[in-house]
Design a protein around this ligand. Structure first.
Ligand SMILES: [Fe+2]
Length: 447
């Protein structure tokens, strides 16, 4: 699964282009093909490039960018997308987002040509939550999800208010209305109100107190980096491209290791690493780009000294991945700043292997040059020049080559377990409360 555009659909007079993110977030472009006017809903920062390319391909002009609520689990791309296309940002005033020009009241209407989209205030997941209703589709953000409802345990959320919002705005809609949620953690793209009425266990709870009790009984853990994300999403600022080692130490201490990925070689990681950081060697970052997208932003990139991390950042940014920050000074700086690292079993370091290999080649070159032919002195000169280049640029081709030798290869998971495992894409830590409290019970008590 990639941060890609799902198949578009014609829903009534409007065209809907959904974009899925490996974290389970869903963004939408909704356009009127007649007027060629469009609005974007909940653009993920990683999806801004894809949304922009779709707008340009279709020749649509972007009128509005709507954040249905203050996102706590991913960086919003609303400010960036709206700035790029001179569109009006829309959000509820309770969100207090900087740069928002339109604060709709309950029942306000947005226009795309002759088409209308009604905005309703639907608090519960957060106090500032909006849902958008076209004549044929509901963009529910994090209220009603497919087979689930949103969690309400942070940011002033309220389970009783969510019950009220669902029953005031959503439950009475026509069965044929297509449901486009703000999240889905199982790769589903849409549902219908009728299907949810028939199958969603949360819609079967008719008693407000029972709904409240079930939803608040067993709250999932908080999203990773929630405080950072709230600040970024409220202030609309960019994520820093690099941070100092001291700042990185603070972030990791606060639980941010889940967002660190280490682009060094396996042998370097085995020697010393940050517990919980994910290992994605530099030469594998393109092939494993989706895995990196699934790491909660802001993502910290780590190498030995910062050089390879910057190369990785630039490469990943060219693939449309945003929210990447280089850890200045790499693991050397991190350890020097007091960061806690874990060291592996003593073994011959990569640097020592390079010294032995380079020295050996110089000796062999000199011996062959003396015994066989002077041209072999060139081998020694070549190795010497390579070492000088490595010293100046802090990149060592010989080291990278030696790191690929069989004795230096080991399964990445054995030296650095993937941070969070499936947690980055699972409901826990996201915005959904996929099942009522009661452990594995898929349906609520009394349903
Ligand atoms: Fe949310």
């Amino acid at each position: 699964m990639t941060t890609t555009k799902d198949r578009s659909s014609r829903v009534g007079a409007l065209e809907v282009h959904p974009f899925a993110h490996p974290q389970g977030c869903r963004s939408y472009l909704v356009g009127d093909p007649e007027s060629r006017q469009a609005l974007a809903i909940d653009p993920h920062l990683d999806s801004v490039g894809e949304l922009g390319a779709t707008l340009q391909r279709l020749g649509w002009s972007l009128r509005y960018v709507v954040d249905t609520h203050t996102h706590a689990d991913h960086p919003s791309g609303a400010a960036k997308l709206a700035g790029r296309f001179s569109a009006t940002r829309v959000a509820h005033p309770a969100g207090d987002h900087q740069g928002v020009k339109r604060h709709p009241a309950d029942g306000d209407v947005l226009h795309l040509g002759d088409q209308t989209i009604t905005v309703y205030h639907a608090p519960g997941h957060t106090p500032d939550h909006l849902v958008l209703l076209t004549p044929d589709a509901l963009f529910s953000g994090d209220t009603l999800l497919i087979g689930a409802v949103a969690r309400t345990d942070f940011l002033g959320g309220d389970a009783g208010q969510l019950f009220d919002s669902i029953h005031r705005v959503i439950a009475g809609l026509r069965d044929e209305i297509v449901l486009y949620p703000g999240h889905d953690y199982q790769g589903r793209t849409s549902s219908t109100i009728g299907h949810e009425k028939a199958t969603n266990p949360w819609l079967r709870i008719e008693d407000r107190e029972e709904f409240h009790r079930a939803l608040t009984a067993n709250p999932p853990r908080r999203p990773a980096n929630m405080d950072d994300l709230l600040r970024l999403n409220r202030e609309g600022t960019d994520i820093a491209t690099s941070i100092s080692a001291a700042a990185a130490v603070d972030r990791v201490r606060q639980g941010g290791a889940v967002s660190v990925f280490d682009v060094r070689t396996a042998v370097e990681v085995a020697e010393e690493h940050i517990a919980g950081a994910r290992h994605v060697p530099l030469e594998e970052i393109v092939a494993r780009a989706d895995e990196i997208r699934a790491i909660p932003a802001p993502r910290l990139i780590l190498c030995r000294s910062g050089k390879r991390a910057e190369m990785a950042r630039q490469k990943l940014e060219s693939l449309g991945i945003a929210g990447l920050t280089v850890m200045e000074g790499g693991i050397l700086g991190f350890a020097a700043a007091g960061g806690k690292t874990e060291k592996g079993k003593p073994q011959m370091s990569l640097e020592r292997q390079v010294r032995i290999a380079a020295g050996g080649l110089v000796v062999v070159g000199a011996a062959l040059g003396w015994l066989v032919h002077p041209v072999f002195f060139g081998l020694s000169a070549f190795v010497g020049a390579g070492l000088m280049f490595a010293g100046i640029t802090d990149t060592c081709a010989m080291g990278l080559l030696i790191a690929k030798m069989p004795w230096n290869r080991r399964p990445a998971a054995a030296v650095a377990p993937a941070a969070g495992g499936c947690a980055a894409t699972a409901p826990a830590g996201g915005c959904a409360a996929t099942a009522p409290a009661g452990g594995c019970a898929a349906t609520p008590p009394g349903a």
